[in-house]
Write a protein that binds this ligand. Structure first.
Ligand SMILES: C=CC1=C(C)c2cc3[nH]c(cc4nc(cc5[nH]c(cc1n2)c(C)c5CCC(=O)O)C(CCC(=O)O)=C4C)c(C)c3C=C
Ligand SMILES: [Fe+2]
Ligand SMILES: [Fe+2]
Length: 337
């Protein structure tokens, strides 16, 4: 029987600047926003606008926001992604099926190509690419696969590759989310009047063109609400982080919070199930900006429920997703007669 080829994992996230400064934001945003999967506007029109206007204004504005969530260890997104890779590696070793797990970022560092090469150099012959995006979208998941393909195109020798597309309805992911909400309720000793599940938005047009992202977000929310035994009037699914003037998925998070407060909802819990690592979009946009919006509109209590980050149930979910894909790879022994 053939021996199993050594497997490695690439645990991938979006990427983040190296520092909360305009100088570090510029190359990060330039790489991110010139990806045709992210901004689907004709290049001839978009690139002059990006370089002539957006990259002159946005780096300063975004740097100030990053500075408000940056820690001594660095950008929260980078810190959590690194930690998740370490913990998953540790769990795989403990389960008796060890495999190196390297973190990688689609934009910025550590780059996808560098980390794939590091896995190859460590003797890995099969790589499972596991995006930290539970819901598939072309802007995130497909773009990451483009990033891997760019490295493959430049490589003389590359490993066997498997890609995880999504795990938006995976029972262990839903259980980890459910556990995080229940733990929050227990800590507080009470529940807020309303739970808002806020997902990152994408343009409406992308959905019309066939992106399954919106359906997957709503399905995750439905499964989570079911597990928490919430009635439809006890929770709302919203979309945040709109970029540019086009219509994005609705309802938008901040106007929804405003409307809830104006309609007399005094207390809300807000969570971001589509983000598994706390980052700018959760810690600043939700826990700072959206909190302010809700309280300004008359709300009394705003609780942010953190992302799954390094919670044990989430690391178990990552382990199970890995094992399910590894099983699909298991060599079928061939009989030569
Ligand atoms: C979770 C899934 C994400 C989707 C879908 C997504 C789509 C998307 N994003 C932009 C533009 C920006 N996003 C930015 C930050 C950012 N986005 C995600 C995730 C998704 N984006 C994360 C995890 C982060 C945080 C990164 C961090 O360092 O903490 C930013 C940069 C920040 C800023 O300047 O506002 C932009 C820009 C588009 C256009 C898009 C879909 C088409
Ligand atoms: Fe984004
Ligand atoms: Fe944002």
């Amino acid at each position: 029987m053939a021996t199993e080829k050594p497997i490695g994992l690439l645990l991938c996230n979006l990427g983040t600047p190296d520092a909360p400064t305009p100088a570090a934001l510029r190359p990060y945003l330039a790489q991110f926003l010139s990806d045709p999967r992210v901004v689907e506007i004709p290049r001839l029109f978009w690139l002059p606008l990006l370089h002539g206007v957006i990259l002159r204004v946005r780096p300063r504005r975004s740097a100030a926001k990053y500075a408000s969530v940056w820690s001594d260890a660095g950008s929260p997104l980078a810190v959590w992604t690194q930690r998740q890779a370490e913990l998953l590696g540790q769990r795989l070793r403990e389960s008796g099926l060890p495999a190196p797990v390297l973190p990688a970022m689609r934009y910025g560092q550590p780059a996808v190509g560098t980390q794939l090469q590091a896995l190859l150099d460590a003797g890995v012959q099969r790589v499972l690419v596991l995006p930290l995006y539970p819901q598939y979208s072309a802007a995130t998941t497909a773009s990451l696969f483009d990033g891997v393909a760019d490295w493959v195109r430049r490589s003389r020798r590359y490993p066997e590759l498997r890609f995880v597309n999504d795990y938006h309805d995976h029972s262990d992911y839903i259980a980890a989310l459910t556990g995080s909400v229940r733990a929050h309720w227990e800590r507080k000793g009470q529940r807020a009047q309303h739970l808002v599940m806020s997902f990152h938005g994408i343009p409406e047009r992308n959905v019309r063109l066939g992106d399954p992202y919106a359906d997957q977000c709503r399905n995750t929310a439905r499964l989570l609400a079911q597990a928490l035994q919430l009635q439809p009037e006890q929770y709302t699914v919203t979309f945040q982080s709109r970029f540019g003037p086009a219509q994005w998925l609705q309802p938008y998070t901040e106007p929804t919070l405003q409307a809830l407060a104006k309609a007399g909802t005094r207390s809300v819990e807000v969570m971001c199930p589509g983000f598994v690592s706390d980052c700018l979009e959760t810690l600043e946009e939700i826990n700072i900006e959206a909190r302010h919006t809700f309280l300004q509109a008359g709300g009394q209590a705003f609780d942010y429920i953190p992302c799954l980050n390094d919670s044990p149930a989430w690391i178990v979910a990552l382990e199970h997703i890995t094992e399910q894909h590894r099983a699909g790879w298991t060599t079928v022994p061939t009989q030569i007669t």
